[in-house]
Design a protein around this ligand. Structure first.
Ligand SMILES: [Zn+2]
Length: 290
């Protein structure tokens, strides 16, 4: 994946090594009680990430603690250059798509890099919660420990899998801009638990489809290869809810409790975006064929 050819975004806020929390209390979702946040969390976040592993990684951070309010720090390392490049490329891609396919202007999200814990308008979150999107402040929150975790899952060349995770969260931002998120919230408030969960699945699969649309654009410009795509699909297979449940519950799969869709569904919708590049192909809410 040729991420170094992508334009770097100015919308990344680096809060790593900041004062928003101590690493020692990781391992629980803490103040992450709001139902809205739970919906926004990407599949990967449901992994049982061993907090001690993350601690080991995070303790390597050389950033000095910053005073509260002064969170902007110079970003020079590879991981943050990568994040800026991928986010910048989603901005360019969605800017064009909004103009061409929706006749409107794209408002990009901010992306907050954090380690330890972070405060968002949706509540506080710990590293163990992984990346998420907060509709209330229109920010994507990404902890670098999750990147390490993806590397362990996707192997050495985890770049596109990482990019996919970012693009999926940006997908939730697009749902927020288009009013999909509030529609889902409203529908869920008057739905049964099973129905509400199905709505969550449709919302997650649409974010996967949107991630695929970004992939379509990068493929057209020769920035990703078939191998990158195969890898991303492989990762999607590994982070479907059925896979997660099999991993954690010795083979017993309970579809009612799915929130992100099965592995096959995630692959299907990612590919639909990837193959078409068309936002109208991502209507997961008006189909009987997930
Ligand atoms: Zn998601």
């Amino acid at each position: 994946m040729k991420w170094d050819e992508m334009r770097e975004s100015d919308n990344v806020e680096d809060e790593r090594g900041g004062s928003s929390g101590s690493n020692s209390s990781m391992g629980m979702l803490g103040g992450l009680g709001a139902g809205g946040i739970a919906i926004a969390i990407v599949a990967g976040l449901v992994f049982k990430v061993d907090p001690t592993q993350l601690l080991g990684f995070l303790s390597g951070s050389k950033n000095a603690p910053a005073p509260q309010g002064l969170v902007k720090q110079p970003i020079k390392d590879r991981d943050s250059a990568f994040v800026k490049s991928v986010l910048g490329d989603t901005e360019d891609t969605w800017g064009k798509i909004f103009k061409q396919q929706l006749q409107t202007t794209y408002q990009p999200p901010k992306l907050v890099l954090f380690d330890g814990s972070v405060n968002s308008a949706c509540g506080s979150a710990k590293t163990s919660a992984g990346p998420f999107y907060c509709p209330a402040d229109k920010k994507v929150y990404l902890d670098m420990g999750f990147f390490k975790y993806l590397e362990a899952t996707a192997g050495n060349d985890a770049d596109f899998a990482r990019a996919y995770a970012i693009a999926h969260e940006v997908g939730h931002h697009i749902q927020n801009l288009r009013g999909t998120s509030s529609m889902v919230r409203q529908l869920k408030s008057s739905s049964s638990k099973v129905k509400a969960n199905e709505l969550s699945v449709r919302q997650e699969l649409q974010a996967d489809c949107y991630a695929g649309i970004w992939g379509h654009s990068t493929a057209q410009r020769g920035l990703i290869t078939d191998k990158d795509v195969t890898k991303a699909l492989d990762t999607a297979t590994q982070i479907g809810d059925d896979y997660l449940q099999r991993q954690s519950k010795s083979g017993h799969v309970v579809p009612e409790s799915f929130t992100h869709g099965t592995s096959q569904q995630r692959v299907t919708w990612f590919k639909r975006g990837l193959d078409s590049g068309n936002i109208n192909q991502c209507d997961t809410f008006n189909t009987n064929q997930l």
